[in-house]
Design a protein around this ligand. Structure first.
Ligand SMILES: [Zn+2]
Length: 540
């Protein structure tokens, strides 16, 4: 008998076997029971989260011949659908059939009544791959489908689907499965298959699967092929080219010992094993993050990557300041991979920076006296100082006073029109970030940008980068402007600050200022800048 892949074997055949998408399953069940089916559904969500599985269960449910429990999974209709052999249930992969002809053919056949079931169900996977022509052909049918027709459109990229199609569909968003759900399901499958898979290995597979059950089972399949019925974390990392936690802790040990030679050797060993550098970087971030949380909470429940032993070791080497700095470096490096051909070089440089950054040694609390081994004197190191542009609240206040909505709109238009692909490397990263940022306020001389987090804000405010940004923007803007970036929290604070200062300043000077303002009164400007409630600042 041919080997059946685990993800096929353990594919849910009823709604109550579907993991983690309760909100969708309940709604669909009710719709079938109350005869309130829509004619077109749009299933959105990451790969392997159950979109086509749910579509097939829906097809079974509406066509099941059983009077009692539906789907029964025993009648001819249910079995045919399960085996993709039902004449009325058409599964199409738009990634391979994206042509207008296929869509036309489909549309042609739609009008004929179902051959054996009650409903004709069309499941179109990766529907965003269809061409515009194909979409247009489909649209007509979805607008006025025969009563016996149900369309299920599945996609990982809903933003690529024309709004005319979306508006005709009932939309469901499938979520990534949590690591916990994936782990427990993996353990269930291992049990049924009599496979011994260590807890650490299950955890690693769940990480690799990144929220998709199908991927998790495919990975397990490959590990079984490699290691038979006894799977260790080493097996998973052999098959998948991931570094184990021990490998990563070793990197941190070498950083702590400032052993650059060994560090580079270890990295090249990791590279030879074909380990994914991007993933390794993310893992190093997670280890640092978990350690910081552990340092503050001393609670081992907060740990998922590290064991308590690992966390204690990490905490004995680094304090939270150093770790937070490392996280900054690593996140910065991660963002550079996007355009990089040699990610390894970036990681090497990053780890060297981490070696270079060393604060006061952490005092290890032990019963025995600590013997301080005097290190061989090294060359005097230049401390890594990253200077960021920063202003006082008062300076921001002055900038906001000069800002107008009109200038902001003009600047926003200019920035959105910049073609980021004209730039390379760091310039491109900066332009991308500026384009993603919101303009909080703009005046003739200043622009204040808002981004989601500190790292991004620092990336723009970093003196060196900031100069690049201002120089690049000068080419597009009417004149050179001072550009600074704040986080959303800082923005909210500045708005409150501005309002308070403004109302303090306004009372005695009201008359005078009215004369100074040519077009807008301070209140109007306040409203035009921030909206009536003071928070409507996202100028579109
Ligand atoms: Zn049935």
């Amino acid at each position: 008998m041919a080997y059946l892949a685990l993800y096929r074997k353990y594919r849910p055949s009823r709604f109550d076997e579907v993991f983690g998408q309760q909100h969708i399953v309940e709604t669909l069940k009710n719709a079938v029971e109350n005869n309130k089916l829509a004619h077109a559904y749009l299933f959105c969500g990451p790969r392997g989260t159950g979109k086509t599985t749910v579509a097939k269960i829906l097809a079974k449910m509406v066509n099941c011949e059983s009077e009692a429990e539906r789907p029964c999974c025993k009648c001819a209709s249910c079995i045919d659908i399960q085996e993709s052999a039902h004449p009325d249930v058409v599964e199409m992969d738009a990634a391979s059939n994206n042509g207008v002809d296929e869509a036309r053919e489909l549309v042609e056949k739609v009008k004929y009544a179902p051959m054996s079931g009650k409903y004709k169900v069309y499941i179109i996977d990766e529907v965003h791959m269809m061409t515009t022509g194909a979409f247009n052909a489909l649209l007509k049918t979805i607008e006025e489908p025969p009563s016996f027709c149900i369309f299920v459109l599945a996609t990982t990229e809903p933003h690529k689907i024309p709004s005319t199609i979306i508006s005709r569909c009932q939309r469901f968003d499938f979520k990534k499965l949590s690591k916990k759900v994936i782990q427990s399901n993996l353990m269930l499958v291992c049990n049924k298959e009599s496979i011994n898979c260590s807890k650490e290995a299950v955890s690693l597979i769940a990480d690799l699967a990144d929220g998709g059950m199908r991927d998790a089972l495919s990975i397990l399949d490959q590990c079984i092929a490699y290691a038979q019925d006894d799977i260790t974390v080493q097996d998973v990392s052999d098959v998948y080219g991931v570094a184990t936690t021990a490998d990563k802790i070793e990197l941190y040990q070498l950083i702590y010992r400032q052993d650059v030679k060994q560090l580079i050797e270890k990295l090249s060993e990791i590279e030879t094993n074909g380990i994914d550098i991007r993933r390794l970087t993310t893992d190093l971030i997670n280890i640092a993050k978990e350690t910081v949380v552990y340092i503050y909470s001393k609670n081992m429940d907060t740990l998922s990557v590290l064991s308590e032993e690992n966390a204690k070791e990490m905490a004995s080497m680094f304090d939270s300041n150093a770790l937070l700095k490392y996280i900054d470096y690593l996140i910065d490096t991660l963002s550079k991979y996007r355009d990089a051909t040699n990610t390894m070089t970036y990681l090497e440089v990053c780890l060297l920076k981490m070696v270079e950054y060393k604060e006061e040694p952490v005092t290890v609390k032990t019963e025995e006296p600590v013997i301080v081994v005097k290190e061989v004197p090294k060359e005097v190191k230049k401390p890594v100082v990253i200077e960021n542009k920063s202003y006082t609240d008062e300076q921001y206040y002055q900038m906001l006073l000069k800002a107008t909505k009109k200038i902001k709109e003009v600047d926003a238009k200019i920035i959105s029109g910049i073609f980021a692909d004209n730039f390379l490397g760091k310039e491109k990263q900066l332009i991308d970030l500026v384009k993603e940022a919101e303009i909080m306020a703009s005046s003739k001389t200043n622009i204040i940008l808002t981004v989601g987090n500190r790292t991004e804000a620092n990336f723009i405010n970093n003196m060196e980068n900031n100069e690049i940004v201002e120089k690049m923007m000068e080419k597009y803007l009417p004149n050179k402007k001072d550009i600074v970036c704040v986080t959303r929290e800082e923005r909210d604070f500045l708005i409150t600050y501005f309002k308070n200062e403004r109302s303090k300043a306004q009372k005695p000077k009201k008359e005078e200022e009215k004369k100074q303002e040519e077009t807008e009164s301070p209140e109007e400007r306040l409203a035009s800048l921030f909206g009536k409630d003071g928070f409507d600042i996202v100028g579109e």
